[in-house]
Write a protein that binds this ligand. Structure first.
Ligand code: RUQ
Ligand code: CUA
Length: 687
């Protein structure tokens, strides 16, 4: 999205057409702004220093952007703790390579092992992050993932049909009942072959509400069919505005070419305000229609660790013209990006990228305007409320290119300004600017722990910057993105720390470490993978036609079995490896020479994973443990003999120096239901 940043700059210049804007851009990108508010080095260092053996106060979950993953950092230290694979295959954990997790990346388009992840969203109870789950959107192939924060593992991915570019997602309702998904790119609904010039007539957006309060059961409740604009971001109401959801839109011009100019014409675009309890009532009254749609819901079984794909075939679609009171448009200058609701729920902040003011709407005024029918016009059955009737106030001359706003819970808002590359602090209610600080460079999102919730932990703000340039040792033409941590506990923001990020961290959320309850290992006794072994003696090899299954135990510092013979070219081999350790962070890996069918396995204690291998040539192939697990890790290895097709070499496996012949192996079977296909055993859901 580095190039998107540049395009936004170009758009801003083109749209504003002013030398002042161009000058501001040049200023913030060609010279280093003065450090007006940075604390001195030693003081800053002491405030982010976490002594060896000590732990950070907050977990920060940052989106991996075009890496498709989530990274976990400690704050205030800025130490990278982990990368959680989500939408992209990940060799570090074997994610999307092993037979257990491959089905997680299945979609109605087929296997899509990459996405563009933007918005991590912590699950909430009563408007406050609860530390149970983290949701994140896939923008390119519309999906929402749910990560379990006891294991830091993706456990569920739901595809969103009738959408393209799932950007305004997956923001949650305060009660955790729903997460949402709004279309960035409108498309024909249902999608079909038509001329692009028919955009204004045939292209539509959808705003999707997904049930999200039960693990493994994300499900689309309903989709609201909306005019063919670009729906960019969203936030739920809370407190006084509980029960409402707000989405920004741009391109209300409905341009389909050269959007940087053609979608920057209107003085105001809209924030869509949705009364989702009204939507529930209309659906219950049968006002929605059931529409065919093809999409996948992928879940990991907690006991076997294997993913399962469910193909779904319909959604309920609600047309606002069939459900009055469902939806209103709030005019908002100009191409708004973020829409952010203050902790009380009264103020709805529209961050107009091309606007010189930040428009803040009032929820109570909105209700009065609806009652008084203070409407400008009606668009596709949706009333447009008069700007003056809904406006609480405007923050004037704050900066250029406002993108996102978060709150500290003490009456202040913090807005990121992309073009002038700064964070501006302003006061709710008086709209006066009280502080500003430069960011390096071109800030996108910003994040205060809990800063979009009912009760922020307003101690730090993290700037998530799009352009890095000269901040670190140069690493060629592409630099990793950068984050910057500011102390906001006093009246002035103080820059404490810079650190690089993974992919593009669009957004992040943070939570006190005390609210996360991480497990140490999975109980082997509860491992219900059909190919699990519980002891070394359970290992073995068996043939089912051209398919060979090998069950291996991994334990410091050997595999059991460790010598395998009787495999021939043309066989498909499944190595089912179980890490039978029961100790925190004792991890084994498994890889085999020249395997083109998968990468490796990484096995948490108590876990079974399956590696597929189709040997193409005969010979001897070593396998080994890839995670340095013990003093004799280098000895944790074995050999597979592969013979030419039709060879008479008998199937055998060596366990603890004992070679078990084929007759001993014949009784070996998986614990899976008889009659299930080998691939189904191996994969949970075969491809
Ligand atoms: S985006 S920089 Cu959330 Cu994808 Cu605003
Ligand atoms: Cu097991 Cu190295």
């Amino acid at each position: 999205m580095r190039s998107r940043g540049r395009r936004m700059l170009a758009a801003a210049v083109a749209a504003a057409g002013s030398a002042a804007v161009a000058g501001a851009i040049a200023a913030c990108h060609s010279t280093t702004p003065t450090l007006t508010s940075a604390v001195t080095g030693a003081d800053a260092a002491s405030r982010v220093y976490i002594a060896p053996g000590q732990k950070d106060e907050f977990y920060a979950f940052m989106s991996g952007g075009f890496s498709g993953q989530v990274s976990v950092y400690g704050l205030p230290s800025g130490r990278l703790l982990k990368v959680i694979p989500v939408f992209s295959q990940d060799p570090q954990e074997g994610w999307g390579y092993d037979e257990e997790t491959k089905p997680m990346l299945q979609t109605s388009f087929g296997f899509v092992p990459w996405d563009d992840a933007h918005h991590p969203e912590l699950s909430q109870t009563n408007g406050v992050p609860n530390g149970k789950w983290l949701f994140i959107n896939g923008n390119n192939t519309p999906r929402i993932a749910r990560i379990d924060l006891s294991e830091f593992q993706t456990e569920e991915i739901l595809q969103i049909p009738n959408s393209a570019g799932n950007h305004s997602s997956p923001f949650t309702t305060p009660d955790g009942k729903y997460v949402v998904a709004g279309t960035r790119f409108s498309v024909p609904v249902p999608n079909h072959d038509t001329t692009i010039a028919s955009f204004a007539q045939t292209f539509k957006g959808t705003l999707t509400f997904v049930h999200a309060d039960q693990p493994g059961k994300m499900a689309i409740a309903f989709q609201i069919l909306v005019p063919g604009f670009d729906y960019d971001l969203g936030h739920a109401g809370k407190g006084v505005s509980d029960g409402w959801f707000f989405f920004t839109s741009y391109n209300t011009e409905q341009a389909h070419t050269k959007l940087e100019v053609n979608a920057s014409q209107n003085d105001k675009d809209y924030i869509a305000a949705i009364d989702y309890r009204r939507a529930e009532a209309c659906v219950a009254a049968g006002k929605g229609r059931t529409m065919p749609a093809s999409y996948d819901h992928n879940t990991i079984d907690q006991h076997s660790g294997a993913a399962h794909v469910e193909r779904l075939s319909s959604v309920i679609v609600l047309d606002p013209s069939q459900c009055d009171g469902l939806m209103y448009f709030l005019p908002t200058p100009k191409s708004p990006h973020g829409v952010d609701v203050d902790p009380s729920g009264e103020y709805i902040v529209g961050n107009g990228k091309l606007s010189s003011v930040i428009a803040v709407h009032s929820f109570s005024k909105m209700k009065q305007a609806i009652a008084a029918k203070a409407f400008d016009k009606v668009v596709d059955g949706i009333p447009v409320i008069k700007y003056e009737s809904v406006l609480a106030g405007e923050v004037k001359s704050a900066g250029l290119g406002p993108l996102h706003t978060e709150f500290d819970g003490k009456g202040y808002a913090y807005t990121s300004f992309f073009i002038t590359s700064e964070i501006v602090k302003w006061k709710l209610g008086t709209w006066e600017v009280v502080d500003r600080t430069p960011t390096y460079y071109a800030i996108g999102h910003l994040m205060i722990p809990g800063g979009d919730s009912r009760a922020p932990w307003g101690k730090y703000v993290l700037a998530l910057n799009k352009i890095t340039k000269d901040r670190y040792l140069p690493t060629g033409p592409i630099m990793d993105q950068s984050a910057q941590l500011y102390d906001i506990s006093g009246p002035k923001m103080q820059l404490l720390l810079d650190f690089p990020t993974i992919g593009e961290p669009h957004y992040a959320q943070a939570i006190p470490a005390t609210l996360i309850h991480s497990v140490k290992f999975n109980a082997l006794a509860q491992n219900a993978n059909p190919w699990a072994v519980k002891t070394e003696a359970d290992g073995g090899i068996t043939r089912q036609g051209k398919v060979v299954h090998v069950k291996l135990a991994a334990i410091r510092s050997h595999f059991s079995p460790d010598n395998l013979e009787g495999i021939t070219v043309g066989d498909t081999v499944y190595f089912h490896v179980t890490n039978i350790e029961q100790d925190w962070d004792i991890v084994h890996g498994f890889a085999v020479l020249g395997n083109t069918d998968a990468s490796e396995l990484i096995l948490a204690p108590g876990e079974t994973r399956t590696l597929k291998w189709i040997p193409r040539t005969s010979g001897i192939f070593p396998f080994y443990c890839t995670d340095f697990c013990s003093a004799l890790h280098q000895e944790m290895q074995g050999y597979v003999r592969v013979s030419p097709p039709g060879s008479a070499v008998a199937l055998s496996a060596t366990i603890n120096d004992h070679t078990l012949g084929a007759d001993r192996m014949a009784g070996m079977h998986s614990n899976a239901a008889p009659g299930a296909s080998p691939a189904a055993h191996a994969a949970g859901s075969p491809r």
